[in-house]
Structures are given as structure tokens and as C-alpha cells.
Design a protein around this ligand. Structure first.
Ligand SMILES: [Zn+2]
Ligand SMILES: [Zn+2]
Length: 329
């Protein structure tokens, strides 16, 4: 039994890679760190690399939102950002390449960063495969057909080898997909955007990207409160700092501090902060992480001063390739 999440893309708005100059700077910093930490020989390079957290070496990733959820017998995908291209390679080396694959892609909304990878999901082109799309928005079929149309993309929807099916989800109504129960709840984002609560093996995952979380209070969340309540893991849109959040009101993205407030109140055990700004490099995300740590400690400290007990919340910043087994958290 398992409930595994793999994050193939965690960036927001636009896929962004560091420039060659930025890589040179990063390389310089790592070399300096190597000697500063007392290493000196080439046979110690591996030990040094192991001592540094992965995102501090290779960054947090370049690809936009795509998450793979796997249980014992069921697999589903949330969003088709540019991260889905690498996932596609994995699929093509299995059933997808043989024309015997069935895929389930749930879409939160149709902003570019959540769809841009779909034409590069190669199982679409292999006869015998079936690709199922799911969304609350009634324009789902029109949007996907539009992705495979000239002059945006040279392969037309009609000439795809795979069978493509569309499924309309009902707001706040659970649907069963194999071992997963998937329930869409509305997020606070333009056009609009629907998050998903996915439950399996007695564990729950709340996918809350993209959202500004303007309705963060229990009273304002109303029918969308169950998205968060007692979730084992919440994936949360933390694109902005708190001052940026004030500056960019109604842009549809939030800050880690808002996510922590929700997590403390709704007894969410783990939080992953994501949808990193395309302009945020390794150091800026590290600065965000430190601000989040300060806020987290301040919340614990003030609770203690008022003799209140806050539930334990573990949190981290997402990086591309991060894999989590909910059953082992
Ligand atoms: Zn987005
Ligand atoms: Zn969006």
C-alpha cells in the first residue's frame, strides 16, 4: 500500500532556468563552500555534495506545475505544466510506449503555466492509449482541443493516436477513481481555479495551487473549508513575500505565512510551499524560507505566551523531483 506524490514541476507562471551567468555564480559559490567547509581533494567531492541540501546545489527547478499521485493500483496527474514532459518520458518507457496506457489528468484551471506541457505528453500520440481529462470548468474539451491546433501546435486534435475523453467534475462532489477519492473545492484565483482534496489509504492531500487564499478564515471559506480540514499534506501557493502579497492583491497568489495560519487552525500536519516566482533564484527562495521560519517561530512563541497550544506543523519548500510517501510522513 502506498500513497506517493511526485512533483515534476513546482514553479509558477512561466518555466524559468538560471542563465549561464547565474550558473557560473552558483558554481563559484559551491566551490568556495567546498574549501570553506574544510574539503580539499577530488575524492571528497561526493561527500561535500551530500552535505549540501539538493536545492542549494541545483536549485528548486525550472518546470511549472505537474504532480503525479500514485497508490497501489491507481495513478493520476494534477495539471500539465512543463513538468509533465519528464513524466511523459517515464510513461513512454512503460505502458504508454506500447499503446496500452490509461492516464487520468485533473486540471485546476487553464492558465498557461498549468497546460503548457500537455502537447508534449507523448502518450497522446500512441494509438491504443487512453487519456482522460477531468475538470470542473465546462470549457474543458474546448481548451484541450485548442492546445492541439495550428498555428499553436502542428499536430491536430483529430490526428492524435490516443483516445481522449473528457469528464466534468461537480463542485465539492467526491468522485472515485480507483483507490482515490477526489473532491474539487474552489480556490481564490481568477478565471476560476479549483483545488483538489485527494484521499486514499486513510490519508489526505490538499492541492491548493493556484490560490491567493483571500478567504483564509473559517467563516469566509464556507463550503470550501473541507479542502483544508485535517489534511495530512497541503501543497500551497507561496509565490509572494507578505509585502508582495499586499502589493499584488488580486493577482491570485499567496504567501507562506497565510498557508501556515491555515495549517495551524485546520490541523494540517505537513505543508509544501510552491508555485515559485519565475524571477526567484535559489537565494531568493532561501530568503523566503527564512522569513517563513521566523514567522513560524513567532507564532509558536506568541501562542506559548498566551498559554495556547498550537498543533505541530512540518513544512518545507518544494523542489522539482521531490517525492513524498504520505504513508511514511
Ligand atoms: Zn499557476
Ligand atoms: Zn493561475
Amino acid at each position: 500500500m502506498a500513497f506517493i506524490l511526485k512533483y515534476w514541476g513546482v514553479r509558477g507562471s512561466l518555466p524559468t532556468a538560471p542563465s549561464p551567468e547565474e550558473w557560473v555564480k552558483q558554481f563559484e559559490g559551491l566551490m568556495q563552500g567546498f574549501f570553506k567547509d574544510g574539503y580539499f581533494g577530488s575524492d571528497q567531492i561526493r561527500d561535500y555534495i551530500k552535505s549540501v541540501p539538493l536545492p542549494h546545489i541545483g536549485g528548486y527547478g525550472t518546470a511549472t506545475t505537474c504532480v503525479e499521485l500514485t497508490s497501489k493500483n491507481t495513478q493520476m496527474i494534477i495539471d500539465g505544466g512543463s513538468g509533465i514532459r519528464r513524466l511523459s518520458e517515464k510513461m513512454m518507457s512503460g505502458q504508454g510506449g506500447k499503446g496500452t496506457g490509461t492516464y487520468h489528468i485533473f486540471l485546476t484551471h487553464f492558465h498557461w503555466d498549468h497546460l503548457i506541457g500537455l502537447p508534449f505528453f507523448a502518450p497522446h500520440f500512441v494509438a491504443g492509449n487512453t487519456v482522460n481529462y477531468y475538470a470542473v470548468q465546462p470549457e474543458l474539451e474546448k481548451m484541450i482541443r485548442g492546445k492541439f491546433s495550428r498555428p499553436y501546435f502542428p499536430v491536430s486534435f483529430e490526428s492524435l493516436g490516443a483516445k481522449v475523453k473528457f469528464h466534468k467534475l461537480e463542485p465539492r462532489q467526491p468522485m472515485i477513481l480507483g483507490e482515490f477519492t477526489v473532491t474539487p473545492y474552489q480556490l481564490d484565483h481568477p478565471d476560476p481555479c479549483w483545488g483538489f482534496r485527494v484521499e486514499a489509504q486513510g490519508k489526505s492531500y490538499a492541492h491548493c495551487v493556484d490560490t491567493e487564499a483571500t478567504r483564509s478564515l473559517e467563516s469566509s471559506l464556507g463550503p470550501d473549508l473541507p479542502l483544508y480540514r485535517n489534511a495530512d499534506l497541503m501543497y500551497f501557493d507561496a509565490q509572494y513575500t507578505l509585502p508582495e502579497l499586499a502589493e499584488k492583491a488580486n493577482w491570485g497568489h499567496s504567501a507562506a505565512q497565510v498557508g501556515l495560519d491555515i495549517a495551524f487552525r485546520e490541523k494540517i500536519k505537513h505543508v509544501i510551499f510552491a508555485h515559485h516566482d519565475p524571477g526567484a533564484d535559489i537565494h531568493q527562495i532561501e530568503a523566503l524560507r527564512q522569513q517563513t521560519q521566523e514567522y513560524y517561530e513567532w507564532r509558536l512563541h506568541t501562542a506559548e505566551m498566551h498559554k495556547l497550544k498550537l498543533p505541530k506543523v512540518l513544512w518545507r519548500y518544494a523542489y522539482e523531483g521531490l517525492e513524498i510517501d504520505l504513508e511514511k510522513l
